[in-house]
Design a protein around this ligand. Structure first.
Ligand SMILES: *Cc1c(COP(=O)(O)O)cnc(C)c1O
Length: 350
């Protein structure tokens, strides 16, 4: 089976080999305070910064999920309150988890409209760069404008289903994060958080130390390339190996954009299937959401499964009327071609 699920998604085909390699190299029982582990963490960070073009001055932390990142930001980065701009299920969940800990303002917007740029209250603005539930993406241009209009606030950006798939301008945000089971093409259980010097200063100033995963402690431990607790060492090793193979993000991003254009082009051609998002300005490059009538959607899923291809279920309330296609770098061109052919030949469902 090849999975087109936008998370957990198809992993790079070399992963089994790297797991074997990790076992042979003693990584599976490696002490997380050992010199070898610190060296691994250091090298992984260097590789991340190089391949994804993350500024040298930024700090990289390893957590276990994007959900943990949401919660840690609410506890350790928000001083008084945050404002959440969102148009889908993941952005809304982030708001809900935050509201359990701190006051937070909701700014919902429609999935066909662009991010509403304005001056907002709150000391942290929370944005979902790529909304995995509905297949929308925020442009770097709008992030830039949002920053200009909110010079004092910190920008926290959930890039779970876009980081390592498309080029991001990290200088436009203070905290970026992603779990690795999406665009990174890795198994779940690890997330990457990228913090700007401004974010570090805020964490220092707030000095929140009540939790095992308080950012203050995490940043302090990372100065020695360590974590507050035993981390997912195998996950970090796999991340390191996959990053070593990865081309520079500029190159990967170009290919992902071309592939996205091919997906949307195909949907424009077929009568039966349509892109769920009509506004080209807000369409995601990494998660393509397809709409059709419910019978047709069922037929696609069945036919695809018979061909050894797993398409992503529509998310939440969009389950009956959409399906999703991950346009992630780990999926092989041959498999993409297979699914494209299948969709092109789709007969009308009776
Ligand atoms: C998948 C996803 C999450 C949740 O990731 P976990 O690793 O399961 O916590 C959060 N935000 C976005 C945008 C996602 O796509």
């Amino acid at each position: 089976m090849t999975s087109f699920y936008p998370g957990p998604s198809e992993v790079y085909s070399r992963i089994p080999r790297y797991v074997q390699e990790a076992h042979q190299a003693g990584v599976l029982s490696m002490n997380h305070r050992s010199a070898a582990c610190m060296a691994l963490v250091k090298q992984t960070i260097a590789e991340l910064k190089k391949k994804l073009r993350i500024p040298k001055s930024y700090t990289i932390l390893f957590l276990s999920s994007a959900t943990e990142c949401w919660e840690v930001l609410a506890q350790s980065l928000v001083a008084e309150s945050s404002t959440h701009l969102y148009n889908g299920a993941f952005g809304k969940k982030w708001l809900t988890y935050t509201q359990a800990l701190k006051p937070a303002t909701a700014v919902p917007f429609h999935h066909e409209t662009e991010l509403p740029v304005a001056a907002y209250p709150g000391d942290v603005l929370c944005i979902t760069h790529n909304e995995t539930s509905n297949g929308t993406q925020v442009s770097m241009q709008l992030l830039k404008q949002l920053r200009q209009q909110n010079p004092k606030a910190l920008l926290a950006i959930d890039a779970t289903s876009s980081m390592a798939g498309v080029a991001l301008d990290f200088s436009l945000g203070d905290v970026w994060f992603a779990s690795v089971q999406k665009c990174f093409g890795l198994p779940a259980g690890l997330s990457v958080m990228v913090c700007s010097p401004r974010a570090r200063a805020r964490v220092q100033e707030l000095n929140e130390r009540q939790h095992y995963n308080s950012l203050r402690s995490q940043i302090q431990f990372m100065e020695k390339f360590q974590t507050t607790h035993t981390p997912n060492v195998l996950g970090i090793y796999l991340l390191y190996r996959v990053l070593q193979d990865l081309e520079l993000i500029r190159v990967v991003s170009k290919r992902v954009h071309q592939q996205a254009a091919a997906w949307y082009g195909l949907l424009d051609q077929t009568k039966i299937l349509q892109p769920f998002i009509k506004n080209k300005q807000v369409r995601s490059q990494t998660v393509v959401v397809v709409t059709a009538n419910p019978r047709q959607i069922k037929q696609v899923k069945t036919r695809a499964r018979k061909a050894g291809l797993l398409v992503g279920e529509g998310y939440g309330e969009l389950n009956d009327t959409t399906f999703r296609i991950a346009n992630f770098p780990a999926i092989k061109p041959g498999e993409i071609k297979k699914l494209m052919t299948l969709l092109k030949k789709l007969p009308a469902a009776r």
